[in-house]
Every structure is written in C-alpha cells, then in structure tokens.
Design a protein around this ligand. Structure first.
Ligand SMILES: Cc1cc2nc3c(=O)[nH]c(=O)nc-3n(C[C@H](O)[C@H](O)[C@H](O)COP(=O)(O)O)c2cc1C
Length: 171
C-alpha cells in the first residue's frame, strides 16, 4: 500500500489514450468505498468526456487549464442535505480516486473549485454548476482529470518523512 501512496503524484499531462471502462469503474468503486461521516455517502460523480465541456471546465480557474487534455474529468459533487461533513467525505473520496488511479497506472489531479480560488474570473463553482446542470442543493468539491500519464512521475521520497512533525503525547 505504501508503495502506491509513494507513487501517487498529481498528474497534469496525459497521452491521448482513452481509459478502459473497467479501470474507470475500479476508480469509482475506490471512491464509493471511502469512509463518510454517519455513513451518509453524500457524493455524486459526473464523468465529463465531451471535448467542449472539458474545454469549458479548464477555464473554471487559472489552475484548471490542463483538464481539457484528460480523456475523462470526474467532477465530485456533494448533496448538502446529507449531513454536514460532506467536504471531509469528498476530500477523502478524492484521495481514494488519486490512489486507485495510481494503482491502475493512471494519473489524476485534484483541481479546487472552492470559493476564493485566486485569480478566478467570476465564481468557479457557480460556473461549473451552470455548465453541468448541477441542481441547487448540490455543491462541487473538485474536478479530477484522469488519464494515462505522459511520463512516469517521480515518487515521493523518504526525505519528505519529517520526524519533526511528530509529537510525543503533547505538541
Ligand atoms: C485541496 C487541494 C487543492 C488543489 N488544487 C489544485 C489545483 O487547483 N490545480 C492543480 O493543478 N493542482 C491542485 N492540487 C494538487 C497539488 O498542487 C499537489 O497535490 C501538490 O503540489 C503536491 O504534489 P503531489 O500531489 O504530486 O504529491 C490541489 C491539491 C489539493 C489537496
């Protein structure tokens, strides 16, 4: 497991190759097997493959430009009527997507759509909701473009393990 965690990087360049449906399903299973507060599973996943829609999504924030290059963009949304820990739930589920993508030899990247994303023109979340016809009670957690990486990323290194961040008993 630690090896997959070490290998997982944010991937922003993809080759032109579609993702097999079975692989995508495994990734979505990983997402839906995530823990959620009170087991409420507030998520919805929109799979965007249409070029025009991906192009539009890539303009949502200044940090989303590469989304149009991915064969699939998973848009993670949550239902605001399902408890009040949906952001945490969907962050964990984004990590499961990251990890299963890495496990499958694919690459993903979390693109924030949050209010106040620096340099955004307008409101990124409202833009995405309008583009994808997301009903009022749902919110957008993030975009996750997924594709085969253009090159193998550098894995995380042992030097990132910082013992100074670990505190015994008290801070
Ligand atoms: C909450 C969050 C928001 C992020 N937003 C963006 C983003 O908008 N665009 C982007 O290219 N990467 C984004 N990233 C990816 C980070 O830049 C990346 O995780 C970080 O640089 C560490 O690199 P690694 O994922 O390869 O370990 C985000 C990651 C997180 C966890």
């Amino acid at each position: 497991m630690l090896e997959v965690i070490r290998q997982r990087r944010s991937i922003r360049k993809y080759i032109r190759k579609d993702i097999e449906k079975e692989r995508l399903n495994e990734i979505l299973k990983a997402a839906m097997f995530s823990p959620t507060a009170r087991g409420l599973r507030p998520w919805e996943f929109i799979l965007v493959t249409n070029n025009e829609a991906k192009q539009q999504l890539s303009t949502a924030t200044p940090y989303a430009g590469f989304a149009k290059e991915a064969p699939v963009v998973i848009v993670i949304c949550y239902d605001t009527t399902k408890g009040n820990r949906f952001k945490e739930d969907c962050s964990i589920c984004a990590e499961n997507i990251y990890l299963e993508a890495a496990n499958q030899g694919l690459g993903a990247c979390f693109i924030q759509i949050a209010e106040g994303t620096e340099g955004s023109v307008g409101e990124p979340e409202a833009f995405v909701k309008n583009l994808l016809s997301i009903p009022e009670q749902y919110r957008v957690q993030c975009l996750m473009p997924i594709g085969y990486p253009e090159k193998q990323p550098e894995p995380h290194k042992d030097k990132e393990f910082d013992e100074g961040k670990i505190h015994d008993e008290k801070f």
